[in-house]
Design a protein around this ligand. Structure first.
Ligand SMILES: Cc1cc2nc3c(=O)[nH]c(=O)nc-3n(C[C@H](O)[C@H](O)[C@H](O)COP(=O)(O)OP(=O)(O)OC[C@H]3O[C@@H](n4cnc5c(N)ncnc54)[C@H](O)[C@@H]3O)c2cc1C
Length: 388
C-alpha cells in the first residue's frame, strides 16, 4: 500500500546506496509489503576504501533480522576470522585484547556484494545498479529523485544510505564540514607482511599521529589491509600527506620497518573520509526522509568502525519507514522517532567514544601508561571496557 490515492508513485520507499546501511534497510523492509527500490551508482561487486574489519555488532544486528543471514556471510571467502587485537603503544609496548563477539575481516568488495546478495535472495526489492542520484526534492505528497541523464523516479519515503559524501544529506540537511568530527583515512593491500598473524588485528599508535592510528588487518589469502587514519583537524592544521606518512611509517617504525622489508604492495594507496559520530546532536531526518550510516555521521571516533552502526541505523530506518506507511504519517515530527532511536542505540556510545578519543589525542604518555597498567593482573578488563 502506498497511501497515495492514485498510487502513482514509482516506489513506496527508495533507498539510496547499497552499502551496509542500504542493504540492511532493504532487509529490514523485506516483510513490509512495501514497494522498495535500492539504488546505487556502482555495479557490484565494487570496492570501498575501508579497513575491512566487520565488527561483531554488525553480525549481532543482522542475526536479529534472521540468523540465516549471518550463517551465509560466514561462508564468505576471502575472510579472516578475528579472535583478538594487538594494540602497540607509542612506547612500543604491546597489549593483546580478546573479543567476545565473533567477527571477521573481508575485503569490502566481497562483503558488500554478499550483503546485496542477501537482499536479492530474501526480498522483493528492486535493485537498480549504475543508477546515480544527482539531486532530489521533497514535496508534501512525494519525493522526486533526479537521476543522471534526466531520468526521474518518485517515492513516498527516501532513505539516504549514500555514504560520506551523501547527496541526500547535502541537499536536505546541508552542514559545513566539521573537521573536529571528521577523519581522513588511507589504505592499501599488502602481501608477505612479516609476522602478520591470522586472527589478530593490529593497531599501532604513535606520538607522530595521535588522534589516529596505523592498522594492519589480515583479510585472508595471505593479504593484509594496511592503513592510516587521522583526525581531519590535525591533517589540515599540519598539512599532513597521509599517503606519504603511511609509506614513511611502514619504512621507519621500529617494529613495522622489519616486518615490511619483504612485503609487496598490491595496488595503490587510496583514501576516503570518515564522518565521525559523537558530535553535537543534529537531525538525521525530516519530512519523508532519513539518513543512515556515514550519511548520518555514525562512525565510532575512537576505533573508526562504521559498518556496524550503518547496519544498525539501516535496520532502524527500515522499521521507521514501515511505520510511516502504517500510520500514514510522513511528517518531520513523526520521523523524529527515528532520530531518538538512533541516539539511544548508537549516539550515546559514540559521544563517549568521542570524549575518550579527544582526551587521549595529545597524551602519548597516558596511552603508554594504560598499556602498562593493563598488564597488571585484573586491570585488563577495565582497559578493554574503556576502549569498547
Ligand atoms: C579508510 C577507512 C577505513 C575504515 N575502516 C573500517 C573498518 O575496518 N571497519 C568498519 O566497520 N568501518 C570502517 N570504516 C568506515 C566504513 O567504511 C563506513 O562506516 C561504512 O562503509 C558505512 O556504510 P554506509 O552503507 O553508510 O556507506 P558506504 O559503505 O559508503 O555505501 C554507500 C553507497 O552509496 C553509493 N552512493 C554514493 N553516492 C551515490 C549516489 N549519488 N547515487 C547512488 N548511489 C550512491 C555508493 O556507491 C556506495 O555503494 C572505514 C572507513 C575508511 C574511509
Amino acid at each position: 500500500m502506498s497511501g497515495f490515492p492514485e498510487n502513482t508513485l514509482d516506489y513506496d520507499v527508495a533507498i539510496i546506496g547499497a552499502g551496509p546501511a542500504g542493504t540492511a534497510c532493504a532487509l529490514a523492509l523485506r516483510h513490509s509489503g512495501l514497494r522498495v527500490a535500492l539504488l546505487d551508482k556502482a555495479q557490484f561487486p565494487r570496492d570501498k576504501v575501508c579497513g575491512d574489519a566487520v565488527p561483531g555488532q554488525a553480525f549481532k544486528a543482522l542475526r536479529q533480522l534472521d540468523p540465516a543471514f549471518v550463517e551465509q556471510l560466514w561462508q564468505l571467502q576471502p575472510r579472516d576470522d578475528v579472535r583478538d587485537s594487538r594494540l602497540v603503544a607509542p612506547s612500543g609496548a604491546g597489549l593483546t585484547l580478546q573479543w567476545k563477539l565473533p567477527s571477521f575481516n573481508s575485503p569490502r568488495e566481497t562483503f558488500d556484494a554478499a550483503l546485496l546478495g542477501l537482499v536479492r535472495a530474501h526480498s522483493d526489492t528492486t535493485i537498480l545498479e549504475n543508477t546515480v542520484l544527482k539531486s532530489l526534492q521533497v514535496t508534501p505528497a512525494a519525493v522526486h529523485l533526479h537521476l543522471a541523464e534526466g531520468a526521474e523516479l518518485t517515492c513516498g519515503v527516501v532513505v539516504g544510505c549514500d555514504g560520506a559524501n551523501s547527496v541526500v544529506g547535502r541537499k536536505l540537511l546541508p552542514a559545513p564540514l566539521d573537521r573536529a568530527h571528521h577523519c581522513a583515512g588511507v589504505r592499501a593491500y599488502y602481501e608477505n607482511v612479516g609476522g602478520a598473524s591470522s586472527g589478530t588485528t593490529e593497531f599501532f599508535l604513535s606520538s607522530d599521529y595521535l588522534a589516529g592510528y596505523v592498522w594492519l588487518f589480515p583479510v585472508g589469502e595471505g593479504r593484509c589491509n594496511v592503513g592510516l587514519g587521522m583526525l581531519s583537524e590535525i591533517v589540515s592544521a599540519h598539512k599532513v600527506d597521509l599517503k606519504e606518512t603511511l609509506t614513511r611509517v611502514l619504512a621507519t617504525h621500529p617494529e613495522l620497518a622489519g616486518r615490511f622489508a619483504q612485503a609487496r604492495q598490491l595496488g595503490p594507496i587510496v583514501g576516503f573520509g570518515l564522518p565521525l559520530g559523537g558530535g553535537r546532536t543534529r537531525p538525521i531526518s525530516g519530512g519523508r526522509f532519513m539518513l543512515c550510516g556515514d550519511a548520518a555521521s555514525l562512525i565510532d571516533p575512537l576505533q573508526g568502525h562504521g559498518i556496524d552502526t550503518a547496519i544498525q541505523s539501516g535496520i532502524l530506518a527500515g522499521a521507521q519507514a514501515a511505520s510511516c506507511f502504517e500510520k500514514q504519517d510522513f511528517s518531520a515530527e513523526f520521523m523524529r522517532q527515528y532520530d531518538a532511536r538512533v541516539e539511544h542505540k548508537i549516539g550515546r556510545k559514540l559521544a563517549k567514544s568521542y570524549r575518550l578519543m579527544r582526551f587521549l589525542s595529545n597524551k602519548a604518555w597516558l596511552v603508554n601508561a594504560a598499556v602498562r597498567l593493563a598488564r597488571v593482573p585484573g586491570l585488563k578488563p577495565w582497559v578493554q571496557k574503556a576502549i569498547g
